[in-house]
Design a protein around this ligand. Structure first.
Ligand SMILES: *Cc1c(COP(=O)(O)O)cnc(C)c1O
Length: 418
């Protein structure tokens, strides 16, 4: 049964030997609610009433289990946190209104002016903005390393830094960072190691088992999986989770109980969805790499990916997102996107439906064209988040959409000749 630490984050139930598909269904779900519902009730209550002052004080000071105010803790939200903690093999977890709120709360609660944070050049666009603008403004030194240059991280980490922040595979170019190697280098240098595990999910990758102290998710993506709820979560060492929790409790970006319920419901099928999406993405990546209209495919599951061996060592599947560059530059991208029948053109990923976009409209919409160029993100890139549809249907859809690149050129040529 999930319990809360008086004021703090949620403590996961004792680890079991259950597999991830089992844990996704059962873990973190307390029983014994009034009326014995089998599903987690959505508790739409701002506060929790006590019969007497003594009991209220006990709950408020953490010497008895109990909720006080829903900006701090809420029973539905606690169940969501406990499920994520169990899936990541974490001591504790706490949640936020969005993934960005979770990333911000983590960085601001663990860093102070004068501290140094090391990260990679490729991080999610919103995270990049924190590193490029917000943290430096607060007097925190930020060092961004070439994403796949392990030796460069090791050099910087050996000097001693406060926090190492990693994301793998990256959004949208699917670069892979060696988690075990860099977590060790971070710890040896005294750094806290934080990993954004949104793309891989705990089904494919467990950063805590590879040496990280904290793992973060945009639960909006694969954890929820249905593109109908925003959320963020931080799991790992309980003393660190407590610090993130205390920051979020005061700054107030708390997860709404209705969103927590939708995320919990989505997570029950996480293992099924991600297995399907990973298998389909590999099939689609192979199809695209053989297609004449495709210049490059970025997917860690392909043997030609520069870090395929690292991906094989730390991932049990390669995830549901890939990206590819097409012939014809921006016109080629526009031609393909406008012809796809089985995909939303939308700024999201990890959903049951296939979703496509380009970095300028999705992951890096917050960045200027110059910032995208300096981050090494090609403009003529299509990010393709594979849904749970039949892979053969998705491949047929891509085939007809890619044929549009040539067709468009022929039409343009005819127009010029006219
Ligand atoms: C979407 C995303 C985020 C931000 O999450 P929100 O829930 O949109 O705030 C952070 N990291 C990665 C890798 C993402 O894809």
């Amino acid at each position: 049964m999930a319990t809360t630490t008086g004021s703090g984050g949620t403590i996961a139930p004792a680890p079991t030997r259950d597999g991830i598909a089992t844990a996704a269904v059962w873990a973190g779900e307390p029983r014994g609610h009034a009326g014995a519902p089998t599903q987690i009730p959505v508790v739409h209550s701002v506060s929790y009433g006590y019969r007497d002052l003594a009991g209220w004080i006990k709950a408020a000071t953490g010497s008895a289990v109990g909720h006080i105010y829903s900006r701090n803790t809420n029973p539905t939200v606690s169940a969501f946190e406990a499920k994520v903690a169990a899936l990541e093999g974490a001591q504790a977890a706490t949640s936020c209104a969005t993934g960005m709120a979770a990333i911000t709360a983590t960085l601001l609660s663990l860093l102070s002016p004068g501290d140094t944070v090391v990260s990679q050049r490729d991080t999610y666009g919103g995270t990049s903005q924190l590193f490029l603008h917000l943290l430096p403004r607060l007097g925190i030194r930020v060092i961004l390393v070439d994403t796949e240059d392990d030796a460069a991280y090791e050099d910087v980490l050996a000097e001693g830094v406060t926090l190492l922040y990693l994301e793998t595979p990256t959004n949208p170019t699917l670069k892979v960072v060696d988690l075990a190697r860099l977590a060790k280098a971070g710890r040896d240098g005294g750094a806290l190691v934080v990993v954004d595990n949104t793309f891989a999910t705990p089904v494919n990758q467990r950063p805590l088992a590879l040496g990280a102290d904290l793992v973060i998710h945009s639960a909006t993506k694969f954890l929820g999986g249905h593109a109908d709820a925003l959320g963020g979560v931080v799991a790992g060492r309980s003393d660190l989770v407590q610090r993130v929790y205390e920051h979020r409790e005061i700054t107030g970006a708390s997860l709404d109980p209705h969103a927590a319920y939708l995320l919990l419901r989505g997570m029950k099928t996480l293992a099924l969805r991600v297995a399907r999406q990973s298998a389909s993405a590999l099939e689609i990546a192979r199809f695209l790499s053989a297609h004449p209209q495709v210049r490059a495919v970025h997917y860690p599951g392909l043997p030609e990916h520069p870090r395929h061996a690292v991906a094989c060592a730390q991932m049990s599947g390669f995830g549901g997102v890939l990206s590819f560059e097409v012939q014809g530059g921006a016109d080629g991208v526009a031609a393909v996107l406008s012809r796809l029948r089985l995909a939303h053109l939308a700024a999201n990923l990890g959903a049951v439906e296939t979703v496509v976009g380009s970095p300028a409209t999705t992951s890096h919409v917050e960045c200027t064209a110059e910032e995208r160029a300096s981050l090494g993100i090609p403009e003529a890139l299509i990010r393709y988040s594979v849904g749970i549809e039949e892979p053969a249907d998705l491949i047929a859809d891509l085939e007809q959409a890619l044929s549009g690149i040539g067709a468009r050129d022929v039409a343009a040529l005819a127009a010029v000749e006219d």
